[in-house]
Write a new protein. Structure first.
Lengths: 338, 284
């Protein structure tokens, strides 16, 4: 029988919530009310709950991408750019193929997003495998550069001539994922993490390739001397990680915004890293971690909306979380061998 | 033209020198970006209130050191991953500056106090330019001609050796992070006081480019300075290209990242030829 184990990140999460409450008490004139909006109000209506669940779905996908690359010893810091690329590739696909039926069109759009994200990460992966270019820096640089190019595409060549906002032409109705909780954007895509998470868990822990990937991750020189093809394990996990980010980007487009708007990633890439760390780099922890993160993001959004808080509560909490999350001191020690 | 290039290179050089200190001590300082932004903000706020150059610079250094202390808290006191804590600072600082600017000025945008433009100019030249070059020379001397420099370098290369000689490498690292906060503070001050204005997100990837300049410059002071100058030259060229090639300005913003990427790649190709894959640096 498996005993229930307390997640190692629990003290950090508690501390983080404590800090958030403290910030609210310091800056808000009606702290009680603000705290209500910050925490339980998320479940108070369908819009808030649905938005939160939608964020959770997207975060679990990007978080999965980060876990996969971490396990292979790669750092994927380009999540933001990969999500953005996924979204813009889906926009382009919709533009090039306007006449597909919806049931075929949506998968094509998603596939375009997956390809875009994968390609961006693949460049970093192949550079690492061939020339030992540091993936941590190259993913970040490529992603930042590409993000600026996409900003340009959205404001220039792809912009909607009928709109005053910085946005592309909205997707036709048939290419949109229908909401399951009107008016929130929560949609059928929740099935994807439910399929992909167990799949990757099985792959990492119950296949030969998954095992070799983790060996490469924990010691690439050992892996090389054991005769493993480390180049593959330095390139492919990063590529798949980019693919998952691209998928999240295409889902944001087809399920949430329906048009390519500037900054639609809203931190999905960075927050995916936080989610992966909260989950302790393990696939089973991803869903609760994504739930926690989606909840505090949504909570701080509602709190800022409804109260006198003018500050970037969400970003501050996120920053504090990053500062504390990797701490070894604040982690509950899990006893082994008992 | 040369002055313009040196002027835009100055914040980069200062930040890169700060990053070099921690890098030599074995810590990759991701937080440079946040440190620069925070001190640029502090410099304009205090400079706008007091009108004094010295106080503005002091405030900038204070902000940089504060961010460095936070970095130390997360990385050493709480034993976190330096990379993630650095990221935390980069997320936290912009959010805090926006909040502070909102409560002080009631807006979240550009801050342009009166009488601040040209405050750092003395005799037609930005005082930060000679300061940056002076600090570069000083750092070169400290690294290779003093006992302290030897300790810093061995901290990054042979930690056990230091421990065997009764010196705690962690305290050296903490000290270097504080110094990098100080340097980033100067970088932030050079950035915002040079223009006399604070723009949200004005660090615009400078902290990252500074990090890459460190690797491009082979982790040596003259090389790092040269790399920073090279970036500024490229940036200057890109801005010029905007004028006569008609490249849209939003697209120009992506150039520094791609150029840095290309430089990093060429550097790695060259290194790969020299030493056969003896493993690069790694943060974990």
């Amino acid at each position: 029988m498996k005993k229930f184990r307390i997640p190692a990140a629990l003290p950090v999460l508690a501390l983080c919530l404590g800090v958030s409450a403290l910030i609210i008490f310091l800056f808000s004139s009606a702290p009680g009310e603000t705290l209500y909006y910050f925490f339980p109000a998320v479940l108070s209506n369908r819009l808030y709950t649905g938005e939160m669940l939608n964020t959770m779905v997207l975060l679990s996908l990007t978080g999965l991408g980060i876990v996969l690359s971490f396990r292979a010893g790669s750092f994927n810091l380009g999540g933001e750019g990969q999500v953005y690329t996924g979204a813009i590739c889906a926009v382009l696909a919709a533009r090039l193929l306007p006449d597909l039926p919806g049931a075929l069109g949506i998968p094509v759009l998603l596939a375009a997003g997956v390809l875009g994200g994968a390609l961006l990460a693949f460049i970093s992966g192949i550079l690492k495998a061939l020339w030992n270019v540091d993936d941590l820096i190259s993913t970040f640089l490529l992603s930042s550069g590409v993000s600026k190019v996409i900003d340009y595409l959205i404001s220039g060549p792809l912009s909607d001539p009928d709109s005053y906002l910085m946005t592309t032409v909205p997707l036709p109705e048939k290419y949109r994922l229908a909401s399951l909780m009107i008016p929130s954007p929560f949609n059928i895509s929740f099935i994807l993490p439910l399929l992909l998470l167990p799949l990757f868990h099985w792959f990492l822990n119950h296949t030969r390739q998954g095992y070799e990937l983790q060996i490469t991750g924990s010691s690439s020189s050992f892996a090389r001397h054991s005769g493993l093809n480390t180049g593959i394990y330095q390139t492919l996990p990063l590529t798949v990680s980019g693919a998952l980010h691209g998928l999240a980007g295409a889902l944001v487009l087809t399920g949430t915004y329906f048009a390519g708007i500037q900054g639609l990633t809203s931190g999905l890439g960075w927050n995916g890293i936080a989610v992966a760390l909260i989950a302790g780099n393990k696939v089973p922890g991803l869903l609760p971690a994504a739930l926690f993160f989606a909840w505090i993001t949504q909570g701080s959004r509602i709190a800022v909306l409804h109260s006198d808080l003018s500050l970037e509560l969400g970003a501050i909490i996120q920053g504090v979380l990053f500062l504390l999350i990797s701490s070894a001191v604040l982690r509950i020690k899990i006893r082994r061998g008992r | 033209m040369i002055l313009a290039i040196f002027g835009s290179a100055t914040p980069l050089i200062l930040a890169a020198l700060g990053g070099l200190l921690t890098e030599r001590a074995g810590i990759l300082n991701i937080a440079l970006e946040g440190m620069i932004l925070g001190s640029a903000f502090a410099a304009v706020i205090v400079g706008g209130m007091t009108g004094s150059l010295a106080l503005a610079v002091l405030a900038a250094i204070g902000a940089g050191v504060l961010a460095a202390l936070l970095f130390n808290l997360g990385t050493f006191t709480l034993k976190g991953n330096p990379f993630i804590t650095g990221l935390g600072i980069n997320v936290l600082v912009p959010a805090l500056t926006v909040s502070i600017s909102q409560s002080l000025y009631g807006n979240q945008g550009i801050i342009r106090p009166d009488g601040l433009s040209g405050i750092s100019r003395i005799g037609g030249m930005d005082i930060f330019i000679p300061l940056a070059l002076l600090l570069a020379v000083l750092l070169q001397i400290i690294f290779f001609r003093t006992r302290k420099g030897l300790i810093i370098r061995s901290c990054g290369e042979q930690e056990d050796l230091l421990r065997a000689r009764g010196i705690n490498p962690v305290s050296i690292k903490k000290e270097m992070v504080i110094y990098s906060g100080l340097f980033s503070g100067l970088a932030g001050a050079a950035l915002s006081l040079g223009l006399g204005v604070y723009v949200p997100g004005m660090s615009a990837g400078k902290g990252w480019i500074a990090l890459v300049a460190i690797y491009l410059g082979y982790r040596k002071v003259p090389g790092v300075v040269a790399a920073c100058l090279l970036f500024s030259l490229a940036e200057w060229g890109a801005n010029r290209a905007q004028g006569f090639l008609g490249v849209p300005p939003t697209l120009i913003l992506s150039f520094p990242y791609f150029m840095t990427m290309a430089a990093l790649w060429l550097f790695s190709v060259k290194k790969r030829k020299k030493v056969d894959c003896s493993g690069g640096f790694r943060v974990n």
